[in-house]
Ligand binder design. Structure first.
Ligand SMILES: [Ca+2]
Ligand SMILES: [Ca+2]
Length: 227
């Protein structure tokens, strides 16, 4: 009893640890393409060599981002605006579908997703999500390619936005209001001493299946910034 009272006393100065749910980590469009490389002669993109603000992907031609830092995020979302040449009689939506590949700094493939187009559309905007949970590296490059496409089925990339996505669950946020405050200690304290579970959203902080004093310790340490 005295121990928890002491904890509450120590954490009366409230400060918050807000979740960083979405963060833009890379961008390509007609004004932002610093560090992106088109594999056509391995040309770094610049205003002098970008072609009408789009990059055609086909055959061995691909677009590679700068080295990105996921910041420990669970996944990344990649939003893409494209243009396809559907007037060509030989246009093939599947061939013109892009592959998204994450590579490490040495060019080794980490993971890959093929986004299959089911129909022909001149303009598309779509979003792909890539799971990072099985990838140990936090730094990687994104590569966009259409390896099976010929020139007629080339995919023109007009914009790419890469965002990191976090779970939104803040360590120490037992009551689920998005911040770590003394209220998070209080809800766990009420549960342990009074069997009152009201207000608890993420009580099992250490994931052992039970709400114990160990979970209060995690909240307490988060408040003190010492983890
Ligand atoms: Ca909270
Ligand atoms: Ca627990």
């Amino acid at each position: 009893m005295k121990k928890y009272a002491l904890i509450l006393f120590l954490v009366t100065s409230v400060f918050a640890a807000q979740a960083n749910v979405v963060d833009t980590i890379a961008l390509f469009d007609n004004t932002h393409f610093d560090g992106w490389v088109y594999n056509r002669n391995t040309v770094p993109l610049s205003s002098s060599n970008i072609m009408s603000n789009k990059i055609n992907l086909y055959g061995d031609y691909c677009l590679t981002s700068p080295l990105m830092d996921s910041g420990g995020a669970d996944s990344i979302s990649i939003s893409v605006k494209t243009h396809s040449n559907i007037n060509a009689s030989s246009y093939n939506p599947t061939q013109g579908s892009p592959t998204f590949t994450l590579i490490d700094a040495n060019g080794n493939e980490l993971t890959s997703v093929f986004y299959k187009f089911e129909d022909a559309q001149e303009h598309r905007t779509f979003t792909v999500t890539m799971d990072l949970c099985d990838i140990e590296a936090t730094n990687f490059k994104l590569q966009l390619s259409c390896r099976d496409a010929n020139l007629n089925s080339a995919l023109a990339i007009r914009e790419v936005i890469v965002e990191s996505l976090s779970s939104g669950i803040v360590v120490g946020d037992a009551d689920g209001d998005g911040m770590v405050t003394s209220a998070d200690v209080t809800v766990l304290y009420n549960y342990l001493l009074n069997n009152d579970s009201s207000g608890i959203a993420n009580g099992d902080q250490d994931g052992d299946g039970f709400i114990t004093s160990g979970d209060i310790t995690i909240v307490y340490n988060t408040l003190l910034g010492s983890k």
